[in-house]
Design a protein around this ligand. Structure first.
Ligand SMILES: [Zn+2]
Length: 839
């Protein structure tokens, strides 16, 4: 630090000053007794909160030497009934117990049971008030009353002995009792048969479902969370069988799948995995085009829009069975319809050739053929660079009823243009963003297999962070919704918050908490705390360490520190374990210069200071009074002309002998031209952050100062920092490039700025908000118009209400939260649609 050079002074007169520089509070004597110190240590280490490292999970954040996870393989036959929207399935599950524990039962999850009218999700939904209810919501409520949702389990038996297995359904979970203990290393095979009715996703929303098209009478099926799936059994949680309430998605075991999907023979099926029998389900032409797509420079139609349109009026005369195989996946999903256009383009990620494919109805055009497959490939390119090479053979985006949801190798994305083919900017960017997001989920949580039922941020936060990076590489000025620190300010200062480290089902403000805040935190960690090089190395290390494995929060926190070499406990504590927000303020700046001891110089400075004291009011008014000493000059003596700021010969001599006592170097130092500034910064928001200052000098040049967050380690409420400069400072700004999500910008300026804003002048209505009904009625009789209903607001009143902003605070003061009334052109910064959030 630069002020250390000052400490070479060894004289008494400077000593106090030097101490003052190092420890600012003692500059003017004793430390203030009532100085406030925060009781909470923001740098307290996290070890006492994080789980104790063990042989499964190392203290470095890497998988331990004895790390294990279960393996579950599935062979499934499924039949889709397009007449009744039902699924009939039969699965043979092979469960391999890699744990060191003996298991007496297995738990499976039955997610479709959430649609039952007596499900916990339905029963525990709360409603504060109904001001109005859309027809859609009303239809949903009525449909829930009668929908026969949920699994019907028709068989559960030991695959080798064919004996029935006792099974108990507990809401959205099912326990299967094993015939004997499953020892470590042993495998158990059993069969489950089931069926269930597929929800109409437009009425009963979910992460899967079907959509009916009235115009042509066809369906699109997006089928997911559709078979009884083994719960995860882990070293960290045992069985993860926390009931499904809707928010906390799921976590599953890695395994290999063979799935035979039987659908109407004019359907096209898109699915997790590679198609094993193309010659049985595709036409010659489709197979030829798929071959061409391996070397094409742009997405190629396998089924053209015209062909798809034609298929809409076809009638099936039987079924076809599509066979898919997928290895090392945690789940399996598919889509089926006769309406699909299909395009494809191969893209090589490292050593892996990946077929990127999109399936969508004509209703998705012209947006989908233009953007979907490009967005898939873009995601693979960017995400693979920050993590690991995408390891699967296909990556698919499907348009159907689901707004946005991810599964291994396949995802469902909702946005479509208007019927006439036009679309808003928010639809366009909403589509690109949701595809990036859902394809991106392949990395987190499909491959880095986190526990979504427990921790939303571990997949959504990390994924949204990479989504932001990918969007910014799509085009200049891409309107990302999440990731920029300035965009999280409104949430950070809002009430009703819980820390990021909150179970998925208990999160308040789900989107900001689970997606935006962790994504922004990682962006801040990358750009402001660690820097890109350290962050990217550590983040990639985390991804590589936990690829196809199951990390917990501590593994992420520990790996980021372990690989970057920076203690980040304060960062996790502030951003992930607390509701604090960032609000730093410059509250005081003092300028100091070295006392030269030269009486000529120093007394001149003191005189200038004295002369600068303004005349008091009485002094000014008394000026014209005739003074007695003027009337009787004999009353004046030595003191009437003496000025204590005149330099005396004694002072000159004393100075000369002092200078003689100094070495040459000391004389140089004392005459040094430097400005010392004591800058006091207060932590108003509570969240400690690096202190970033732009100092502007009087000559207009600037100096950028970056101080690590550790400046707050001894006092997290108030710190004073010495800045030594050659040139005098004119003004200071904290966080000039808005990189810390500081919620209050005005206290970042020193000196403060005049806040400028605008307001409207309007004519007030003479009749108040209700108008004058009698007058209106009279006018109606004159003109023959119908009367306005009682209580109806007049157009003028409406306008004025919109114009004044009802006492809204200046938008320039808080630029981040409320946008000015004048909207930017929609093409520049559209906001993606909020109605259907992606998952
Ligand atoms: Zn998501």
């Amino acid at each position: 630090m630069r002020y250390q050079s000052v400490q070479v002074f060894g004289f008494t007169f400077l000593m106090a000053f030097c101490i003052g520089l190092v420890s600012a509070p003692s500059l003017y004597g004793q430390e203030s007794k009532n100085q406030k110190f925060s009781q909470e240590d923001k740098f307290r280490q996290l070890e006492e909160i994080l789980p104790t490292p063990n042989r499964e999970r190392a203290a470095s954040g890497a998988p331990g030497s004895d790390y294990w996870q279960q393996k579950v393989d599935y062979e499934i036959d499924i039949r889709l009934n397009d007449e009744t929207q039902e699924l009939f399935g039969k699965e043979v599950i092979t469960y391999t117990n890699n744990s060191k524990d003996r298991l007496s039962y297995l738990w499976l999850q039955l997610d479709a049971n959430i649609h039952r009218s007596n499900s916990d999700a339905n029963l525990t939904t709360t409603t504060d008030n109904i001001a109005g209810l859309g027809f859609g919501s009303l239809k949903t409520m009525l449909a829930k009353e009668v929908f026969d949702g949920g699994f019907h389990i028709t068989r559960c038996e030991d695959a080798s002995t064919k004996k029935k297995l006792k099974h108990t359904i507990v809401k959205t979970m099912m326990r299967v009792d094993l015939p004997q203990l499953l020892e470590p290393g042993q495998t158990f095979q059993f069969q489950v048969d089931w069926n269930y009715e597929i929800n109409n996703s437009r009425i009963l929303r979910g992460r899967s479902g079907c959509e009916f098209f009235e115009e042509d009478g066809n369906y699109i099926y997006e089928v997911a969370q559709w078979f009884p799936r083994l719960c995860a059994y882990t070293d960290a949680t045992g069985w993860q069988h926390k009931q499904f309430l809707g928010r906390g998605e799921f976590t599953l075991e890695m395994g290999d799948y063979v799935v035979r999907i039987t659908a109407p023979n004019d359907h096209v099926v898109a699915s997790t995995g590679i198609l094993l029998n193309p010659e049985q389900v595709l036409t010659e032409l489709q197979m030829e085009r798929l071959e061409q797509a391996k070397s094409t420079k742009q997405p190629l139609f396998i089924i053209t829009p015209e062909e798809a349109k034609k298929n809409e009026s076809s009638k099936p005369d039987g079924t076809k069975t599509w066979i898919f195989k997928a290895d090392q996946v945690r789940d399996f999903a598919f889509a089926s319809s006769r309406k699909f256009i299909w395009d494809a383009m191969q893209h090589n990620v490292g050593d892996y050739p990946v077929m990127a494919m999109s399936f969508y109805p004509n209703e998705g055009e012209p947006l989908w053929s233009k953007y979907s497959t490009h967005a898939i490939i873009h995601t693979l390119e960017v995400y693979s660079r920050y993590t690991f090479d995408y390891p699967y053979p296909v990556a698919i985006s499907v348009n159907g009823p689901v707004g946005g949801m991810e599964y291994p190798m396949i995802c469902f994305n909702g946005p479509r243009p208007e019927k006439d083919g036009t679309y808003s900017a928010s639809t366009k960017y909403g589509l690109i963003s949701v595809i990036i997001h859902e394809v991106g989920h392949n990395y987190f949580p499909m491959i880095v297999n986190t526990d979504e039922r427990q921790w939303t941020w571990m997949d959504e936060g990390l994924n949204t962070f990479l989504q932001y990076l990918s969007e910014q590489e799509w085009e200049e000025g891409y309107p990302s919704r999440r990731g920029e620190p300035r965009d999280i300010v409104g949430y950070m200062r809002s009430p009703n918050q819980v820390p990021i480290m909150t179970n998925s089902e208990s999160i308040l403000q789900f989107g900001p908490n689970g997606y935006s805040k962790p994504a922004t935190a990682l962006n801040v960690l990358r750009e402001t705390v660690l820097g890109r090089e350290l962050f990217d190395y550590a983040f990639k290390e985390y991804a590589k360490r936990w690829k196809f494995k199951r990390p917990m929060p501590a593994d992420f926190f520990r790996t980021m520190e372990d690989a970057s070499g920076i203690d980040l406990d304060w960062f996790w504590r502030g951003w992930f374990y607390s509701n604090d927000h960032v609000d730093l303020a410059i509250t005081e700046v003092r300028q100091l210069n070295i006392n030269t001891k030269n009486p000529v110089l120093e007394k001149k400075i003191r005189r200038a200071k004295r002369d600068g004291i303004p005349e008091s009011n009485s002094e000014a008014l008394n000026k014209d009074l005739v003074k007695r000493a003027d009337r009787y000059p004999e009353l004046k003596d030595f003191y009437n002309s003496y000025d204590s700021l005149d330099v005396t010969p004694e002072e000159r001599r004393s100075y000369d002998s002092f200078m003689k006592s100094l070495t040459d170097e000391e004389r140089k130092l004392i005459g040094m031209k430097r400005n010392f500034y004591l800058i006091t910064i207060e932590n108003v928001g509570g969240l400690v952050m690096p202190v970033i200052i732009d100092a502007e000098f009087e000559d207009g040049t600037k100096q950028h100062v970056r101080i690590p967050a550790e400046i707050w380690r001894k006092d997290n409420l108030k710190v004073t920092k010495l800045l030594m400069t050659k040139k005098p400072i004119k003004s200071l700004v904290l966080d000039p490039r808005l990189e810390t999500a500081d919620v209050e910008l005005e206290n970042n300026y020193f000196p403060r700025r005049i806040m400028k804003s605008r307001f409207d002048v309007y004519k007030s209505s003479r009749w108040g908000s209700g108008g004058n009904p009698m007058k209106t009625d009279l006018n109606r009789k004159k003109s023959g118009k119908k009367p306005a209903k009682v209580g109806q607001v007049s157009e003028e009143t409406k306008k004025s209400a919109a114009g004044t902003g009802g006492g809204k605070k200046s938008d320039e003061k808080k630029p981040v939260v409320k946008k000015p009334a004048t909207k930017k052109p929609a093409t520049k910064k559209p906001v993606a649609k909020k109605g259907k959030g992606n998952e």
